[in-house]
Design a protein around this ligand. Structure first.
Ligand code: CP3
Length: 341
């Protein structure tokens, strides 16, 4: 197995900058859409043979340096007893949002083997079929998961989440306690099933003021990472809209901090220091530019990333469904070519 990705996570020497793409399996790929014509998204996540197949699609087509398990951050939330549905335009919806201490008490903490057996089975299939590169497992960060549970879906202002945080601290922290316990158990089971690294997605951390992030999100991520440490796999912590939060995010103790494109990677590296690796951070829209413009942006990201302890090239957030597949493929080739030494 090519371990360049894992080496960069640990800050060991590499021959080139490894690259993978957030949401690399998804709607921008015609081969993914063909599978989705037959089954809905949740069925796809819950059918190990199919989930493994779409996990492998971008590995073969793009030539990336890591595979990421095909699933969703909300899959274990359904196993906690909430009703989850995905709508084409609206995204995920969780009916009967969590707002009271009673709602929190009703949430179940099932063993992953019982609650999400299909995820573990997908990992086992992938460990047999994926030979070339490592497999990344993942979970949502407790705060990001809490926003979906409290809002009942996506949100712009996160008003219900923040209102609960500020006015019913006991309920908020009881919920975070339960989500954190679930996340630790869930990620541990993924590692035991065979993933080589894990990524924690804090997609909505950037909605918080820095002091609130420090009080209401980071401690739970820190606890999660600490619980995973004995397992010995690298932990990547992706913090979307991280510009105001980097110093606090570093304190969560991850091996790699994933950054979005709104921050300059050179300044992020300076702020994070030499004890973590960095992942990111090309604007997903850069894949719609001309070759020359794209090349300049990629070269700049690689050169600035070189000053980090380790750099894993990625987009600053998920690849957009409108992206031409060949542009994604060209990006991966470009990263490999421009970074080879
Ligand atoms: O990266 C990968 O290729 C692995 C699979 C993966 C998916 N979701 C598949 C997916 C991963 C790692 C996720 C994580 C995820 N899910 C996050 C964190 C990353 C981020 O984007 O910030 C979040 C916030 C979610 C919740 C979620 N799932 C939303 C908001 C949506 C709807 C918006 C959208 O892009 O469609 C989803 C659906 C989803 N998850 C799709 C895929 C491929 C599209 C479903 C489809 O096929 O119609």
């Amino acid at each position: 197995m090519n371990d360049t990705f894992l080496r960069a996570c640990r800050g060991e020497g590499v021959d080139y900058t490894p690259v993978w793409i957030m949401r690399q399996a998804g709607r921008y790929l015609p081969q993914y859409r063909r599978v989705r014509e037959r089954v809905d998204f949740l069925t796809l996540c819950k059918t190990p043979e199919l989930a493994a197949e779409v996990t492998l699609q971008p590995v073969e087509f793009l030539g990336v340096d890591a595979a990421i398990l095909f699933s969703d951050i909300l899959i274990p939330v359904e196993a906690m007893g909430m009703r989850l549905r995905f709508y084409d335009r609206k995204g995920p919806v969780l009916s009967r949002p969590v707002r009271t201490l009673d709602d929190v008490r009703r949430l179940r903490l099932a063993a992953p083997e019982e609650g999400v057996p299909f995820v573990l089975e997908t990992i086992r299939i992938l460990r047999r079929r994926l030979k070339r590169v490592p497999l990344i497992g993942f979970a949502g960060a407790p705060f990001t998961i809490a926003t979906y549970m409290i809002e009942g879906g996506g949100s712009k202002s996160f008003l219900n989440t923040k209102a609960l945080m500020y006015s019913s601290g006991e309920t908020y922290h009881a919920l975070m306690r339960k989500i954190t316990d679930m996340t630790i158990t869930y990620l541990t089971s993924q590692v035991k099933a065979g993933v080589h690294a894990v990524q924690i997605f804090d997609s909505w951390a950037g909605a918080l003021a820095p002091d609130d992030y420090k009080a209401y999100s980071m401690p739970y991520v820190k606890e999660t990472i600490k619980a995973l440490k004995p397992l010995g796999v690298p932990v990547i912590y992706f913090v979307n809209n991280c510009g105001g939060l980097l110093e606090y995010a570093r304190a969560a103790g991850a091996d790699v901090i994933g950054i979005d494109w709104r921050v300059d990677i050179g300044s992020a590296v300076r702020r994070l220091g030499q004890r973590v690796s960095v992942q990111g951070n090309l604007d997903p829209c850069a894949l719609f530019s001309s070759v020359g413009v794209l090349k300049a942006k990629v070269a700049d990201t690689i050169n600035k990333g070189r000053r980090a302890r380790g750099h894993i090239f990625n987009l600053g957030h998920g690849i957009l469904p409108e992206t031409p597949p060949d542009a994604a493929k060209a990006l991966v080739e470009m990263v490999h070519e421009l970074s080879s030494r």
